[in-house]
Design a binder for this molecule. Structure first.
Ligand code: HEM
Length: 262
């Protein structure tokens, strides 16, 4: 994963201004959120388009154009799509969790210990956007799963699917759109303004809770993953409480750029 070149000059600049403090001080969280997106918009669009085309090719083009190959790969009771969906689901959830962790490490200042403010900023954004790509793949590849047996509009329109665990699947759908809105908000911050951007960004907490509920309740075999869900839930709760205790919750505190970062 490449480090955003824009973020690298931050520390030398601080060194010139205040050599005494620069050894310990990282950029404040408000400085970090003012940085441009870590992933260029064109790269994100290519990533998402590739994900959509790849998933649709696997469920539509492969069986239609190459029925022989498709039958030998998938067999009479095709589970390949189910496995692909489940594995991409767990990766998507893990990336979303990591994105929450790195975001909170930035704002509660623990990122100074590791990986540093700019590093946490890059990891926060990359995990969030990669998580979005994996979540899209997870949802679209389900079209090939005969047990779930969903149509494209049931996958795309929240709460229209009526088969397996429809309510909990609906929460996953809401969470996917939320991830998209938050992910793209990085790119329109200069037009929508900082206050609205921050409001949208706070939605991440709700989105993450929706995806956790979705994963626990619609996962078909979650015993193995239960420990991970507890761990990830506990870690986000801990980092959130720590953030409130250390920096205070109100956005007004972060808006005050004159405030020292230590
Ligand atoms: C359009 C959006 C979505 C749809 C239609 C959808 C659908 C589903 C379905 C049907 C299942 C049950 C699959 C099975 O195990 O048989 C499932 C499980 C799961 N989903 Fe989603 N989902 C969506 C979005 C998301 C998002 C955004 C995340 C996380 C970022 C996510 C993470 C998971 C996880 C972790 C599981 C459990 C996998 C397992 O235990 O096997 N899903 N989803």
């Amino acid at each position: 994963m490449s480090v955003n070149p824009v973020t690298q000059p931050e520390q030398p600049a601080a060194t010139n201004r205040a050599p005494e403090r620069s050894k310990r001080a990282a950029p404040s969280s408000s400085d970090l959120t003012d940085l441009p997106p870590a992933m260029p918009l064109a790269a994100l669009l290519i990533l998402l388009l590739g994900t959509i085309v790849g998933a649709l090719a696997a469920v539509i083009i492969l069986p239609a154009w190459l029925p022989g190959l498709s039958a030998s790969l998938l067999g009479s009771e095709p589970k390949a799509y189910w496995y692909l969906s489940r594995s991409s689901a767990v990766v998507a959830y893990t990336l979303l969790w990591l994105s929450m962790v790195f975001g909170l490490l930035m704002t509660n200042r623990l990122a100074r210990l590791w990986p540093g403010g700019p590093g946490a900023f890059d990891l926060h954004q990359h995990t969030s956007l990669l998580g979005l790509a994996f979540a899209i793949f997870h949802a679209l590849i389900l079209l090939g799963d005969r047990y779930i047996s969903a149509t494209i509009d049931q996958i795309v329109v929240p709460f229209t699917y009526s088969g397996y665990e429809p309510f909990w699947v609906g929460l996953g759908q809401l969470s996917l759109y939320g991830m998209g809105v938050v992910g793209f908000s990085f790119y329109v911050k200069q037009w929508i303004g900082r206050a609205l951007w921050r409001l949208i960004h706070f939605l991440s907490f709700a989105i993450w809770i929706l995806s956790l509920l979705h994963a626990i309740m619609s996962g078909s075999d979650t015993e193995l993953l239960t420990g991970f869900y507890w761990f990830s839930g506990g870690s986000v709760l801990f980092l959130t409480i720590y953030r409130i205790l250390i920096t205070g919750w109100p956005a007004s505190r972060l808006r005050d750029k004159s405030q020292p970062s230590s």
